[in-house]
Ligand binder design. Structure first.
Ligand code: UGA
Length: 441
């Protein structure tokens, strides 16, 4: 099938690559010339395991190409996927200007039947708004061309995006006509082989499914963070509580890991957008508000713990930070808990020595040169001359470190663990003072 993807960010590029990988002919369009040049050279602008190999192979066999030419992208394909960003606007709503710009471009350049698909996370009603927009534009141009608009939200996770896209749990298709649903069935055939995963519904329900799924996952995390903080005060260990709870299949083990708060480009933005949608429609957003507020507080939990132990004046003190990315296997620091921690430490006069296996460059871009930040090449170097170690991201490399080395290098053997990687009893045996999240201290 002939598919064009507008936007070569996370969602667009992964989707383009995996469609081309199974034999569709895919054009990926982006307005950013430099990015397109990089992609043509298989230089992926972000870290995502496995993606570069697929992009390279698909380009080599001619199934994937990159362009800045919107006319080519609109005219050469039957299926036009909108995968551009929907960042948070100042009031928390999703900024739809990039999506509507693409809709405009499509309306201007289309000359045969098109199926326009939203894959970005978009407010409920967007498919209808795009439909009205394109219909209006065509009418003003005095042209009559058939088209359909469908919602096909993505559910991939950074760090396992390729695998998630190749083996989706579900393929949600929100479309009005059975004909369009059938076209999606063909398009996704390669990913829908073991059992039926395609769920057809109306576009509004498809759009809402995406928000509701992310909000539910964010709710699980904030709920567990609240449990962790209660556990801490009453002398219980939330890690034991988590296992006890997760064993109930109605609750499940996934997404109940307490920590230093959720970050990334999706949960914070989507919870805010759904909250906005609720209030805009005069509906309660009490749960969403609590999920968001709890998360904001949790992102400051590590600084609170550290200052509770070390005092609020950190002048002359250096803190080692392991993990800057909002989660492992990505170099993304958007809304990362590490940022709240570092900014908290800086505001109290502290210096940070930080190491991340992938996100050091993102951190340097974000904060530039500053005297109170040193990015190190190894996790060991981050410990040199530091008074304490704080863990913000659970990269595998941090799971079983050489504790004797940590103890010997830190000025005080003090660990604040935002991901509960270590066993408090083991830390006590080793003579390391250890603070986790909700570990009953
Ligand atoms: C999330 C969803 O998991 C995807 O299904 C969705 O497609 C995606 O958003 C999106 O809307 O594009 P992502 O943001 O890549 O994916 O990352 P997650 O693995 O969901 O983690 C999000 C945050 O929650 C991270 O900061 C992580 O550390 C935190 N988290 C996750 C916890 O604190 N505890 C947990 O138990 C799980």
């Amino acid at each position: 099938m002939k598919i064009s993807i507008f936007g070569s960010g996370y969602v667009g590029l992964v989707q383009a690559a995996i469609f081309a990988d199974v034999g569709h002919r895919v054009i990926c369009m982006d307005v950013d010339q430099a990015r397109v040049e990089r992609l043509r050279n298989c230089d992926i602008p972000f870290f995502e395991p496995g993606l570069a190999d697929i992009v390279r192979a698909a380009q080599a066999n001619g199934l994937l190409s990159f362009t800045t030419d919107a006319r080519e992208a609109v005219q050469a394909s039957d299926y036009l996927f909108i995968c551009v960003g929907t960042p948070s606007a100042a009031d928390g709503s999703a900024d739809m200007s990039y999506v509507m710009d693409v809709a405009d471009t499509i309306a201007r350049l289309m000359s045969s039947r098109k199926v326009v698909v939203t894959k970005s996370t978009v407010p409920v009603g967007t498919a209808d708004a795009i439909k009205a927009h394109i219909a209006g534009a065509l009418q003003r141009q005095g042209r009559s061309i058939p088209f359909a608009v469908a919602s096909n939200p993505e559910f991939l996770k950074e760090g396992s995006a390729v695998k998630d896209a190749q083996s989706p749990d579900r393929i949600i298709v929100g479309a009005e006509s059975p004909e369009v649903i059938d076209e999606f069935r063909h398009m996704y055939q390669a990913f829908n082989r073991n059992h039926e995963k395609l769920m057809a519904m109306d576009p509004r329900s498809a759009e809402m499914t995406k928000y509701a799924a992310n909000a539910m996952l964010a709710t699980k995390i904030s709920f567990m963070n609240e449990m962790a903080n209660i556990a801490e005060s009453v002398g219980a260990d939330v890690e034991l509580v988590r296992r006890g709870m997760g064993s109930d299949p109605r609750i499940g083990y996934q997404f109940i890991y307490p920590g230093c708060g959720y970050g990334g480009s999706c949960f914070p933005k989507d919870v805010r957008a759904l909250k906005h949608l609720a209030t805009e429609n005069q509906r309660s957003a009490a749960i969403l508000t609590a999920v968001h507020d709890t998360n904001q507080r949790q992102k400051n939990r590590l600084s609170e713990l550290l200052m509770g132990r070390m005092g609020a004046d950190l002048t002359g003190k250096t803190v080692a930070v392991w993990g800057l990315a909002f989660k492992p296997n990505t170099d993304d620091m958007r809304e990362a808990p590490s940022r709240y921690l570092m900014e908290g430490l800086w505001s109290c006069g502290g210096k940070v020595q930080a190491y991340d296996p992938q996100a050091n460059a993102a951190c340097a871009d974000l904060y530039g040169e500053r005297e109170d930040l040193e990015l190190t090449d190894t996790k060991e170097a981050a410990l040199e001359g530091a008074s304490a170690l704080v863990i913000c991201t659970e990269w595998k490399a941090f799971w079983s470190p050489d504790f004797e080395h940590i103890k010997a290098t830190l000025a005080q053997p003090l660990i604040f663990d935002g991901r509960n990687l270590y066993n408090p009893a083991h830390m006590e045996e080793l003579g390391i003072e250890y603070f986790g999240i909700g570990r009953g201290r």
